[in-house]
Design a protein around this ligand. Structure first.
Ligand SMILES: C[S@@+](CC[C@H](N)C(=O)[O-])C[C@H]1O[C@@H](n2cnc3c(N)ncnc32)[C@H](O)[C@@H]1O
Length: 261
């Protein structure tokens, strides 16, 4: 008898899955109203058509954009792909790395896989479900186990605004697509101050955030791109904290700031 044991695969989750679903449902309602507007040849038809068109613009466009981004981009955009595998981490002996808002470990696990000179990667998150389905401490720990980096990683509950580590602890910190989820500028500033505090002097932070002025974001999210801040906003906030910007790279709507303490 042949027993077919299925290999367990890591689950990195669908980003903004629920949001996409609601937007599609609303968007299709708009489409129905818009089409109905053509058949009802009076003032009500015109009103329905206009309302339908607006709903399409507001919901269907971002729903399609988010889905194509999920399929085409999200899994490809990654700090580690952009910075090159040995930019900082493998120039150091036993580097200590922190990934803030690690989620299911999409970036954290890739970084951990690149550790060649010893070292350890810590990941913290508050594991909110809105952006990623299946987001939990268990998921990221299990993903690390499946990917063979369990020994080199530790994942914990922890907030960017109150990082549970001592001052000057890490050689490198990665925070990818997290700051925009922290409410108001004070909260974002508090998180950046915390990153500065726990980073060693001379250490690098990789901060990636959406840039609403990029055509990629506008074409993907439609009017919702205004929910996000632009590159200037982030640069001012980052440098106000005391970081020195080493470089900035545009990655399909994300802006990656490489900064130094
Ligand atoms: C869009 S996901 C990005 C996840 C991961 N960094 C990546 O690139 O795949 C945002 C993550 O930030 C987390 N998050 C939101 N606010 C946070 C906070 N104050 N502290 C830590 N994590 C936070 C969410 O739980 C979620 O896992």
């Amino acid at each position: 008898m042949v027993i077919n044991i299925k290999e367990e695969k890591p689950k990195y989750g669908w980003y903004v899955r629920d949001l996409m679903l609601y937007f599609f449902l609303l968007g299709f309602t708009g489409l129905i109203l818009f089409i109905s507007g053509f058949y009802i040849r009076n003032i009500i038809g015109i009103i329905l058509g206009v309302i339908g068109f607006l709903i399409i613009l507001i919901f269907l466009w971002p729903a399609i954009g988010l889905s194509t981004m999920q399929i085409a981009l999200i899994n490809k955009i990654n700090t580690i792909d952009v910075i090159g595998k040995d930019f900082v981490i493998n120039k150091l002996e036993n580097p200590l790395i922190l990934d803030i808002g690690c989620g299911t470990g999409r970036a954290a696990i890739k970084i951990a896989k690149e550790l060649k000179n010893g070292g350890h990667l810590y990941g913290i998150d508050i594991y909110e479900k809105m952006a990623i389905s299946g987001n939990s401490l268990y998921t990221v720990q299990n993903n690390a186990k499946i990917e063979g980096v369990e020994e080199k990683t530790t994942f914990l509950y922890g907030s960017a605004t109150k990082i549970p580590f001592e001052d000057d602890y890490f050689d490198m910190i990665n925070i990818s697509s997290v700051l925009h989820e922290i409410h108001n500028s004070e909260g974002k500033e508090k998180a950046l101050k915390e990153i500065y505090r726990v980073l060693k002097k001379g250490g690098y932070a990789y901060i990636s955030e959406w840039n609403r002025n990029s055509w990629q974001l506008i074409s993907t999210l439609g009017i919702f791109c205004f929910v996000f801040k632009n590159k200037n906003y982030w640069q001012i906030l980052i440098e106000k904290t005391g970081f020195k910007t080493i470089s900035y790279q545009n990655q399909s709507g994300f802006g990656l700031f490489i900064v130094k303490k």
